[in-house]
Unconditional design. Structure first.
Lengths: 233, 283, 241
């Protein structure tokens, strides 16, 4: 319990003092997870929407597989990406191992299934509501796809936030492909793991509090933004 | 109310934007760098954080340390994903060189292991000079002992002590002998929580902050010495490896200023590493 | 009216629709000339909604044929529109909903905006054109759905129970709109449970029972003297299925 109160005061000191070490790792966390999320959305949203709207043989199996991929353990993803990027792997020539780019790739692999699976559900629900009318108006499933994505934008935003939450909170993938190198690939979660390993539990907790606070800020910001645009729409 | 919300949102987004940009500040692409695969105990001791900036100041070379378990460090170096290997497990090091992955083992420094345990010391080993006897006592009393269980240098050193004591603890795994499969810090955390005995490298022990009822009980036995070697990854095996940069780091580590820095490094007022110049010929 | 050849008449021969082993509709034969307002009546489960969806192309027949004058799918799509019992509107303004449909039909820029403004005016929705469509009342939403359909200048307008979820006042306004659209040259094909509405605006009645076309007559004749016992029971309110 003493650790907890110490952790809170440490967190406050770090935040208020805008500790440069803290800012560095927070900035990297946001950059890595933010980039991964952007890529995952660009790829995952259309895939999810397409799965919701197009009927084809094996669609059921594809949906089951996609949902299962949501449960990919981060450490397994990290291992797979590591093997691919390692000098003995197929993509060795890209020299990406132990760089932030490798971390982005690993997190992209991790959260794209989440974005795709959740958006599939959102779009499927919308499609069941809209299908008859849209088809009546002459919209093919392909033409309807962007309409559905836009109409479902609020629910899809929640989906995207879920992906971000998963990315920014995971440590298994980024620590393997990034190596937790100081000033290069150290992010919030790997720093927390390091401090825990060193036994500095108060600092580890403090970083955790900062991470939570950041997540709160982002979600609050998005919520307010959504509320504002909803009123106008 | 809405005004406050809007203000918060704007401040929040500005802050996030600023942090994003901060993180985006790129490292000077011109700075040469090399990658060192080392162990978690080496990193956790804090020595590298102390040494490497000195090396950078002198050479202009940035050193990136990937600190993982010994097994993984060896694997990383074997694959050529690192330029230099810095570990403390002689048999593995010799195999690494023999198989042609490394040029040569260069002895750099040594620290030692210590036996830690609960302050109450139920097995009564405090102050013993013979670590094999201490281990025998622990087994006799069936006092809880946590092992790293992760095939690391420390783990193999621990297994050596059991062998010297003529004891095989593995049948007792799950009872008084607990194999964790974790790094040193995690193992010490668990030892503190379980009030158990364990073998730790002095560096991690001194830097470890969560002692919670653990004490250093046995030290000084020559068998507890823990030598470190640096091995440059052989560029004939992996042509892209930055052998020249790696060699400069090795040269600096064994040079006078490097060795002096190693010897001067202290944690809690205690010297942690013995530079190789002062090492008695041994393992 | 849209330029181009008419897609009418619609001819059904041996039309059957079944799901699994259940025959839900048919066999049915009819010809739809499309001159005026055709009302499809029948108790629950008679297959009225199915018939409309088959005619409009939302469902494919299990057997039999359903043919328009042309087989050009794009042409057929452009010349028809459908309104459902509950308006299905996108999460955007009322005006944007109409413009979306027009865009799908290839209308562009100024022409699209003008046409949308015109139908909103004619349906009394101009004032609330910029409001979120989903925030409108049920009556306004249904009028919007009609406006959207009307904007497309369809040759045939299908309506599936358009007043079912509306209060009498809103239903009345919708009814007036349907009549107006019909007067502008669009063939109306409508299902309803509201016999009074059918009496007021119907030109012709198709009476379905248990998936079969039991009776077909001019509206006046059907209501004055229904030919079949089922139709008689239905008008008395005694035919529940």
């Amino acid at each position: 319990m003493n650790e907890l109160s110490q952790a809170f005061s440490t967190a406050l000191t770090l935040l208020v003092g805008l500790d440069s070490g803290l800012l560095e790792i927070v900035g990297l966390s946001l950059r890595v997870s933010g980039t991964a999320l952007l890529l995952a959305s660009v790829v995952g949203l259309p895939i999810g929407a397409a799965l919701a709207v197009y009927r084809f043989r094996g669609r059921g199996a594809a949906v089951v597989a996609l949902n299962a991929l949501m449960g990919l353990p981060p450490v397994v993803v990290g291992l797979l990406v590591y093997l691919v990027l390692s000098r003995e792997g197929p993509l060795a020539s890209l020299a990406l191992l132990f760089t932030p780019s490798a971390m982005v790739i690993a997190q992209f692999v991790l959260i794209t299934p989440i974005v795709a699976a959740l958006s599939r559900q959102v779009v499927a629900d919308l499609w069941s509501e809209y299908e008859e009318q849209l088809r009546s108006l002459g919209a093919t499933p392909g033409r309807a796809l962007p309409t559905l994505l836009w109409d479902g934008r609020h629910s899809l935003l929640t989906t995207v936030l879920a992906g971000f939450g998963r990315a920014v909170a995971e440590v298994g993938a980024v620590i393997i492909v990034g190596g937790n190198i100081a000033h290069v690939t150290r992010v919030m979660t790997t720093a927390i793991q390091l401090e825990t390993r060193k036994g500095d539990l108060a600092l580890a907790l403090a970083l955790g509090i900062v991470l939570l606070f950041l997540s709160l800020l982002i979600n609050a910001g998005v919520s307010l933004l959504t509320r504002a645009t909803e009123r106008r729409a | 109310m809405v005004g406050v919300g809007r203000a918060l949102a704007s401040v929040g987004s500005l802050l996030v934007l600023w942090l994003l940009l901060l993180g985006a500040a790129p490292l000077a692409a011109e700075t040469p760098f090399l990658t060192v695969a080392s162990t978690t105990s080496t990193e956790d001791s804090g020595l590298l954080a102390d040494l490497l900036p000195r090396f950078r100041a002198v050479s202009g070379i940035e050193v990136r340390v990937v600190a993982v378990g010994t097994g993984q460090a060896l694997r990383v170096a074997r694959a050529g994903d690192a330029d230099l290997l810095l570990v403390h497990d002689r048999p593995s090091e010799e195999a690494f060189v023999a198989e042609g992955y490394g040029i040569e083992r260069v002895s750099v420094m040594a620290n030692d292991f210590v036996v830690v345990g609960p302050t109450t010391d139920p097995a009564g080993i405090r102050g013993m000079g013979d670590v094999a006897q201490a281990f025998a006592r622990i087994a006799e009393h069936e006092a809880i002992f946590v092992s790293r269980g992760d095939d690391s240098g420390t783990h193999k050193a621990e297994l050596r002590q059991w062998r010297h004591a003529g004891i095989d603890p593995t049948p007792a795994s799950g009872t008084w002998y607990r194999e964790l499969g974790r790094g040193m810090g995690g193992t010490l955390n668990t030892a503190a929580a379980m009030q158990a005995y364990s073998l730790a490298d002095r560096g991690t022990w001194l830097a470890f902050l969560n002692r919670a009822g653990l004490d250093l009980l046995v030290e000084g036995d020559p068998r507890l010495q823990n030598p470190y070697s640096a091995i440059v990854v052989d560029p004939e095996r992996h042509p892209h490896v930055k052998a020249a940069l790696a060699q400069r780091l090795v040269d600096w580590l064994v040079s006078e200023p490097g060795q002096a820095a190693i010897g001067a490094f202290q944690v809690g007022g205690e010297r942690l590493f013995v530079p190789r110049a002062e090492l008695a010929p041994g393992p | 009216m849209t330029a181009g050849a008419s897609i009418l008449p619609l001819v059904a021969r041996g039309l059957v629709y079944q799901v699994g082993g259940d025959r839900l509709l048919g066999p049915i034969d009819f010809e739809l000339e499309g001159s005026g307002r055709t009302i499809v009546l029948g108790p629950n489960g008679a297959g009225k909604s199915l018939l409309l969806r088959l005619a409009h192309g939302l469902l494919a027949p299990s057997s039999g044929t359903l043919e328009w004058r042309t087989s050009d799918a794009a042409e057929l799509r452009r010349r028809q529109a459908m309104v459902f019992d509950r308006a299905v509107l996108l999460r955007r303004s009322a005006r944007a909903n109409v413009e979306y449909a027009l865009a799908l039909h290839g209308s562009r820029g100024a022409e699209r905006r003008a046409r949308a403004a015109h139908v909103l005016e004619r349906t009394g929705l101009a004032r609330i054109g910029d409001r979120a469509a989903r925030a409108l009342s049920a009556g306004e939403q249904q009028r919007l759905a009609l406006a959207r359909a009307w904007a497309l200048r369809p040759e045939v307008l299908f309506l599936d129970e358009p007043t079912a979820s509306l209060d009498p006042a809103a239903a009345r306004r919708v009814e007036e709109l349907i009549v107006e659209i019909g007067s502008s040259g669009t063939a109306i094909v409508m299902t309803t449970h509201d016999l009074a509405l059918a009496r007021r605006i119907g030109d012709e009645v198709l009476f379905l029972h248990l998936g079969l076309l039991k009776e077909r007559a001019p509206a006046a004749d059907f209501f004055a003297a229904p030919g079949t016992p089922e139709a008689q029971a239905f008008q008395r309110g005694e035919l529940t299925w």
